[in-house]
Design a protein around this ligand. Structure first.
Ligand code: GDD
Ligand code: MG
Length: 371
């Protein structure tokens, strides 16, 4: 079966991480997030996927190429100007054929039963079937009320609270009959949520909602990116961890060096070639990327630290994210949802707290920042 993955967005709310890496290519438990999504599709026989890119397309191509490494057929199509969610799929409509296709927002971590979704689409004879998920605050999403038969009654994209009539929102995975793209204008910015779907409804087309209680998280913000790691490490969603279980719920890749006096508290993940120094402690819900160095006496907990980053002696990193190849001097503290980009050099004793975001390649002298 064919699929389209929408990965053209700028990921602005995930800056500074997305200044150097497009959001779907950020690692999730040390594998590009998009690879996790693609392998989920492949499990249900969706093995020919078009990646609709816009922002930093070369990064996708360099890693995935034609997809043969993950046993899929991938085609990369890049827009010069963003065409919107629907315009992006219209742009590749010639490649879709006549049979229903899967279309996915590229920023969703889910274990949705795609087989059941496709079956439901066929049973209902739908033109479009939209997966729905309950959320606590629907105002950041597309609200999709249904009638008793599962037919969609209307679309309320980013509703205000007084429009909220259900907690079911558009979960960003669709089955679509490609004939609906005939009515979409070519080379035009066009939205599924605000244009095509409401248009199809007013034409009386059968649009169905498929409510699901699967795991569902949109990786829109640093807090959600951390939460996704925590959920995987705690087993709330089944994503395989790269490495061996070297102690209870402690997973480690190849060639790791862990000092005998270091303490590890799982669940946690350590990437290939990482090292953990004397007296250091790595606590629950931590993910260390490949070649990360944790200095002597340092403490890390609930954090995501990407490839090649070095923590000096006595550093403390809690509930925060650090990008690639960043170097922290001794006794640096990073806490409370802070986000440090790639290639930063921060001298000893700096303190990053309260969700501070530090842009890539910044140099900070010792002891400059304290909150
Ligand atoms: N190729 C391409 N071109 N991709 C795009 C474009 C574009 O112009 N615009 C957005 N995308 C991609 C983004 O990269 C993302 O993967 C996906 O389409 C959805 O765009 P977002 O910008 O993340 O939309 P949203 O999160 O505000 O809302 C959408 O997702 C919600 C679920 O997370 C809507 O579909 C909502 O209705 C839905 O509830
Ligand atoms: Mg989104």
């Amino acid at each position: 079966m064919k699929g389209v993955m929408l990965v053209g967005g700028f990921g602005t709310r995930m800056r500074p991480l997305t200044i150097t890496t497009p959001k779907p290519m950020l690692p999730l438990v040390n594998v590009p997030f998009l690879e996790v999504e693609l392998l989920h599709l492949r499990r249900y026989g969706v093995d020919e996927v078009i990646l609709s890119t816009g922002y930093m397309p070369a990064v996708f191509d360099a890693y995935f190429g034609d997809g043969s490494r993950i046993d899929m057929r991938l085609t990369h199509i890049t827009e010069e100007e963003p065409l919107g969610t629907c315009g992006a799929v219209k742009n590749v409509a010639e490649l879709l054929g006549e049979e229903p296709v899967i279309v996915c927002n590229g920023d969703i971590l889910t274990d949705l039963d795609i087989g059941a979704l496709i079956e439901y689409h066929r049973e209902k004879g739908a033109a479009v079937t939209i997966t729905l998920t309950p959320v606590e605050d629907p105002t950041a999403y597309g609200l999709v009320p249904l009638d008793d038969d599962g037919r969609i009654k209307e679309f309320l994209e980013k509703p205000s609270w007084d429009q909220v009539v259900t907690d079911l929102i558009n979960a960003g995975t669709y089955v679509i009959d490609p004939r609906v793209f005939r009515q979409v204008p070519p080379d035009t910015n066009y939205s599924f949520e605000r244009e095509l779907f409401p248009d199809l409804l007013s034409q009386g087309e059968p649009l169905f909602g498929f409510p699901s209680d699967c795991y569902w998280l949109d990786l829109g913000t640093p807090a959600k990116y951390l939460a996704a790691h925590h959920d995987i490490l705690e087993g709330r969603i089944d994503v395989s961890l790269r490495g061996e279980e070297i102690a209870r719920r402690v997973f480690a890749g190849n060639d790791v060096q862990i000092d005998d006096s270091a303490r590890l508290y799982g669940p946690l993940l350590i990437g290939d070639g990482a090292s953990i120094g004397a007296g250091a402690s790595v606590g629950r819900l931590t993910c260390l990327g490949d070649r990360v160095k944790v200095g002597a006496g340092a403490h890390v907990e609930g954090a995501v630290i990407l490839d090649g980053t070095e923590l000096g002696e006595g550093c403390v990193v809690e509930q925060s994210i650090i990008g690639r190849n960043t170097v922290l001097g001794p006794e640096v503290h990073v806490a409370e949802g802070s986000v440090l980009g790639d290639n930063i050099e921060a001298g000893g004793g700096n303190e990053f707290r309260r969700g501070i975001r530090v842009w890539p390649s910044t140099s900070i002298e010792a002891g400059k920042i304290k909150f």
